[in-house]
Ligand binder design. Sequence first.
Ligand code: SF4
Ligand code: SF4
Length: 144
Amino acid sequence: MDSSSQYSKIISLHFSSDVVRRPMMYNLAKHFDLTFNIIKARISPREEGHMILELSGKEEDYKKGISYLQEHGISIQDVARSINRDEESCTHCGMCTALCLTKALYLDQDTRMVLFDSSKCTACGMCTKICPVSAMQTEANGDF
Ligand code: SF4
Ligand code: SF4
């Protein structure tokens, strides 16, 4: 992959109490130009932290950001993801069909409805960024 292209992964972070109060997420955005979307977060009574988040940016910056987190004692694991569609929210506008490379989202010519074939979905996440009503949703499949 071109190191300047956009890169996005869902990761699980575990960190100890002495890391909880440090502005790690702020530093990821400020120093590595990464964006993050927190999917789940939990701080235990002893203030140990567990967080699942989607981290996005240039691949080179992503790798630097991961190294930065690991250097600060944060344990990181990749999390598998799947994409679901909220059938009630979808307005069948068709915007997502143009960018779904695997044709998991496609227009049914007879009914003019946009259908979702999850067996063809590679969970690339493109549709979640363009859908105007957020009908396409990312689900993290890791333990929490
Ligand atoms: S972009 Fe969203 S609302 Fe439009 S067809 Fe796709 S899933 Fe449905
Ligand atoms: S996540 Fe990617 S492959 Fe799956 S439906 Fe959306 S655009 Fe298509």
